[in-house]
Design a protein around this ligand. Structure first.
Ligand code: NIG
Ligand code: FE
Length: 423
């Protein structure tokens, strides 16, 4: 095998990564990562060729480019495995209502909340959607995110759902961040379908067939929640998705626990997400399956509501991921590092647990755990250089962007906090 790299990151003071090739990281093992000092990462054709300490020159040829990390911290590109990236407008007009204590679901019931973003997204052109979402992606990348999951769900009907997914496909082709798409047609029930629920679900399944034909998404998701969609309705949508060959996800146990987590496990979903009010039976189900427990602490922070019981879940040997849930209502911030700060303070997760949760376990939640989420030979060369000496510092010194440079598939795309290369 050719050992000569096309570029090498050298002079890495501290390199942190999930242990290579371990699969889903569960329970106690989440508190274990690999740390190397005085390290290098050699890359070739966008893939990691070698990771080591000391002498890197066996990988150096005449044309090899050296990237000097200056003794800084280097970690894997972050994986944000749950966002609602593509939507139009914002919802600051509902902010005061929320601050005065009007519950999230009450705002939705009155035709606001998700439904007000639906209206704005339905009315937006592809160009408007592309521009707003591209700006969000730029912020995510500058905060170290190299792969993001993005859901539809602000169109509800076929035309606008497909519009969101097409915009996302175009972004994936034109922006350095990789996007994994999820179809979330069942995000809310349109007001005019309140007495014809099954009719709307049939429409969701029909749209799903087009999504499949046009290869616009890898996953299907549903908002399983009191006053939104029931467990039986979720079963109908997710079983149809499974038959069509989609991976599955679910929004469950965010406000009330209905049994969506158990359903996700039974159907072999890649992840069950939110879990703020998860029950012992939900934890038991996740323990027996490879469904990732995807926690979204920025949403708890912003809704001023319960946090998922992360410690209890880790003690129960679950595989936990953490993601931003970036969306215009319950989590309007693209700053993934801040999500990780909240995971430390409010979920009481250790720095090592948070690293596993935001890289390798998040990658598994996207069925990409053998390709991204670790600094290991054969993985995509997605790296973040932090202006910090060690990983705990990044979590402790909160609400600051510590990312200096980002390397995506072997190419320097952010240098000194500025995006320098577009696809
Ligand atoms: O994951 N809970 C459902 N969906 C989103 C919120 C969407 C919105 O409020 O616009 C979430 O929190
Ligand atoms: Fe969400």
């Amino acid at each position: 095998m050719n050992k000569i790299a096309d570029s090498i990151v050298i002079n890495i003071g501290s390199l942190v990564t999930p242990r290579p090739h371990v699969g889903l990281v569960r329970g106690k093992k989440m508190d274990d990562i690999l740390e190397l000092n005085d390290a290098f990462v050699a890359m070739r054709n966008g893939i990691i060729l070698a990771v080591g300490t000391g002498d890197y020159t066996i990988h150096q040829g005449a044309d090899t480019k050296l990237i000097d990390a200056g003794g800084r911290l280097v970690g894997p590109g972050l994986v944000d495995s749950h966002t609602h990236l593509v939507h139009y407008g914002s919802r600051e007009h509902e902010f005061e209502k929320k601050l005065r204590g009007v519950p999230y679901l009450k705002i939705l019931e009155a035709g606001g909340g998700i439904l007000s973003s639906v209206k704005m997204t339905q009315d937006a052109s592809e160009r408007q959607l592309y521009r707003q979402s591209r700006h969000s992606l730029d912020i995510m990348l500058k905060h170290g995110v190299t792969t993001v999951e993005g859901k539809s769900g602000y169109g509800l009907f076929a035309e606008s759902e497909l519009k969101q997914l097409r915009v996302q496909k175009k972004l994936n082709e034109t922006h350095p961040v990789d996007i994994v798409s999820t179809y979330l047609g069942a995000h809310a029930l349109p007001v005019e379908y309140r007495d014809r629920r099954q009719k709307f679900l049939d429409h969701v399944v029909e749209t799903m067939e087009t999504v499949k034909k046009e290869d616009l998404a890898a996953f299907v998701d549903i908002f399983c929640e009191k006053g939104v969609f029931t467990v039986e309705e979720s079963r109908f949508v997710l079983e149809s998705a499974k038959k069509l060959g989609f991976g599955l996800k679910i929004h469950a146990d965010e406000i009330e626990a209905l049994g969506g987590v158990e359903l996700a496990c039974e159907l072999g979903a890649a992840s069950a997400d939110h879990l703020m009010v998860i029950t012992d039976s939900g934890i038991e189900a996740l323990k027996k399956h490879d469904t990732v427990a995807n926690i979204l602490p920025s949403t708890s922070f912003n809704l001023n509501s319960d946090y998922a019981p992360a410690r209890k879940m880790i003690e129960a040997d679950l595989a936990v991921a953490v993601s931003s849930d970036y969306n215009p209502g319950s989590s309007p911030s693209e700053n993934f590092l801040f999500t990780l700060n909240i995971a430390a303070i409010h979920l009481k997760m250790s720095p090592a647990e948070i690293l596993n949760a935001a890289t390798i376990n998040a990658a598994h939640a996207l069925k990409k755990g053998t390709q991204i989420g670790a600094i290991a030979t054969g993985y995509d060369a997605d790296l973040v250089i932090y202006d910090a000496k060690n990983w705990p510092y990044v979590l402790y010194h909160f609400a600051i962007n510590h990312v200096k440079d980002v390397i995506k598939k072997g190419r320097l795309v952010v240098e000194n906090q500025t995006i320098i290369e577009e696809v």
